[in-house]
Design a binder for this molecule. Structure first.
Ligand SMILES: NC(=O)c1ccc[n+]([C@@H]2O[C@H](COP(=O)([O-])OP(=O)(O)OC[C@H]3O[C@@H](n4cnc5c(N)ncnc54)[C@H](OP(=O)(O)O)[C@@H]3O)[C@@H](O)[C@H]2O)c1
Length: 242
C-alpha cells in the first residue's frame, strides 16, 4: 500500500511516516520543503499519482482570519489531484469539538476543511484529536508575563503527538470511515491546572491565575473540547512531561 503523507515533515506528519514505514508500508512525505505546495498546486499531481491513500497533515501558517482560505484552497487542490490520480482514501486530522467553537477563526477553518472533504468525491476518514501536549508551552506563553500566567479553567484532554500519529497511521491503513473518529488523551484537566502542572514540572515559580477571559480558549463554552467516550490514548500529561 502506497501512502502519500502531505505535510509529512511536520510534528504529526513526520511521526506518521515513521510509523507507517516501520509497519512495512510505502509512506512518502511531501511538503513545501520537498517541492510540493498545496496552495499553488505545485507538485501535487506527482505526489498523489499512484498513491492508494492520501493523508493530509498540512497546517495553516496562521490561526487567524486567513486560515479558512488556506484550508479551502489546499483541500480544493488536493482533492482535485487525488481524484485525478485515483486515490481511494483521503484522511485529515481535525479537532474534537471543532464545530462547537465558531468564535475562533482557526476552528471555523478546520470545520470547513472537514466539510469540503465530506462533500468531495473520495472515500474519506476524519480523525479528530484533542489539544496536543506539545502545544501547551505555546498556549501558556500567549498570556504570560514575568510573574504570572493567566489561563481560563477550560476543560481539555491533552494528547501526546506520538499517540495522535499512531491513531492517524492506523486509520490511514484501514477502510475509509466516511465519518469521524475522535481520539483523546486519558484525562480531562482544566487549562489552568495544566499551567500549574507544567510550571511545577519546570521549576518555574510564576503563579497561574485563573482568568476566564485569558487567551484563545476563553471563548470555549463548557467541555466541548473533551470527549471521554473517544478512543483514549495511553500517555498521561505528567508522564509526557517527564
Ligand atoms: N495543535 C493541536 O492541538 C491540534 C489538535 C488537533 C488537530 N490538529 C491538526 O493537526 C494537523 C497537523 O499539525 P502539526 O502540528 O503536525 O503541523 P506542523 O508541525 O505545523 O506541520 C505542518 C506541515 O504542513 C506543511 N505545509 C505547510 N504549508 C504548506 C504548503 N503550502 N504546501 C505544502 N506543505 C505545507 C509543512 O511543511 P514545510 O515545513 O515544508 O513548510 C509541514 O510539513 C493540522 O492540520 C492541525 O490542524 C492540531
Amino acid at each position: 500500500m502506497k501512502i502519500a503523507v502531505i505535510g509529512g515533515t511536520g510534528l504529526i506528519g513526520s511521526q506518521v511516516v515513521r510509523n507507517l514505514t516501520a509497519a512495512g508500508y510505502e509512506a512518502v512525505p511531501h511538503s513545501k520543503s520537498t517541492g510540493v505546495d498545496v496552495i499553488s498546486g505545485q507538485g501535487l499531481q506527482e505526489a498523489t499519482a499512484g498513491a492508494d491513500v492520501v493523508v493530509n497533515l498540512t497546517n495553516s501558517p496562521t490561526f487567524d482570519e486567513a486560515s479558512p482560505g488556506f484550508f479551502q484552497t489546499s483541500m480544493d487542490n488536493l482533492l482535485a489531484a487525488a481524484h485525478k490520480g485515483g486515490v481511494g482514501h483521503f484522511v485529515i486530522l481535525s479537532i474534537v469539538g471543532v464545530d462547537q467553537v465558531p468564535e475562533l477563526d482557526y476552528y471555523r477553518a478546520k470545520a470547513l476543511q472537514e466539510k469540503i472533504l465530506a462533500a468531495g468525491p473520495i472515500p474519506y476518514s476524519i480523525v479528530r484529536a484533542t489539544q496536543f501536549m506539545d502545544f501547551m508551552d505555546a498556549v501558556l506563553s500567549w498570556t504570560a508575563d514575568a510573574d504570572t500566567v493567566r489561563l481560563p479553567a477550560t476543560p481539555i484532554q491533552p494528547i501526546a503527538s506520538g499517540d495522535v500519529a499512531a491513531a492517524v497511521a492506523e486509520v490511514a491503513v484501514g477502510a475509509p470511515l466516511n465519518g469521524i473518529r475522535n481520539i483523546a488523551g486519558p484525562e480531562v484537566l482544566t487549562l489552568d491546572e495544566v499551567g500549574r502542572i507544567t510550571l511545577a514540572h519546570k521549576g518555574d515559580h510564576r503563579t497561574v491565575t485563573t482568568d476566564p477571559t485569558a487567551g484563545m480558549f476563553a471563548v470555549v463554552k463548557g467541555d466541548v473540547l473533551t470527549d471521554t467516550d473517544a478512543h483514549l490514548a495511553p500517555t498521561r500529561y505528567t508522564d509526557w512531561l517527564s
